[in-house]
Design a protein around this ligand. Structure first.
Ligand code: FEO
Length: 164
């Protein structure tokens, strides 16, 4: 069954949002690398890769529903952040907005009785719990570390080991 047009439009926008998220995380990775926070830079880079995978899930799903996929433009990404905390605060805010988009799509899929899309979006609803929780974890720890350089460097070292 072909997807309702309104839902298809939101999914095409979400494909752009996920690839845009990859760009945002890559910008953060670049900023952290330039500040020599190599562990956080790697974490952000892995996250960027994961966002491309998220985008491709939307791409593949749209194709499987017979949609002609339009590729919307992606905004330029910021590559300057004041600190790791600043970057993770922006990441957390961004992930919350992505959760909002996913919920909006799910609400529409329920309204339109598009059961296939509800099933597909369930994966993203679960994924967003993890995405927000990871960013929140770093925000909390970096706030706790404050201006203590040793504590921040320890978090940077640990970020290299966290599998995102
Ligand atoms: Fe694909 Fe981080 O949301």
């Amino acid at each position: 069954m072909k997807m309702p047009k309104d839902l298809e439009k939101l999914m095409i926008e979400q494909l752009r949002n996920e690839l845009g998220s990859a760009y945002i995380y890559l910008g953060m990775s670049s900023a952290m690398e330039s500040m020599s926070f190599m562990g956080i830079s790697k974490w952000m880079r892995r996250q960027a890769k994961e966002e491309v995978e998220h985008g491709m899930k939307f791409y593949d799903y749209l194709i499987s529903r017979g949609s002609k996929v339009e590729l919307l433009p992606i905004d330029q990404a910021i590559t300057d952040y004041k600190s790791p905390l600043n970057a993770f605060e922006v990441a957390l805010h961004h992930e919350k907005s992505i959760t909002g988009f996913i919920h909006k799509m799910y609400d529409l899929a329920v309204l339109l009785k598009d059961y296939e899309s509800q099933h597909m979006l369930n994966w993203f609803i679960a994924e967003q719990i993890e995405e927000e929780s990871q960013a929140q974890h770093f925000v909390d720890r970096l706030k706790f570390a404050g201006d203590n350089a040793c504590a921040v460097l320890r978090i940077d070292k640990e970020a290299n080991k966290v599998v995102s």
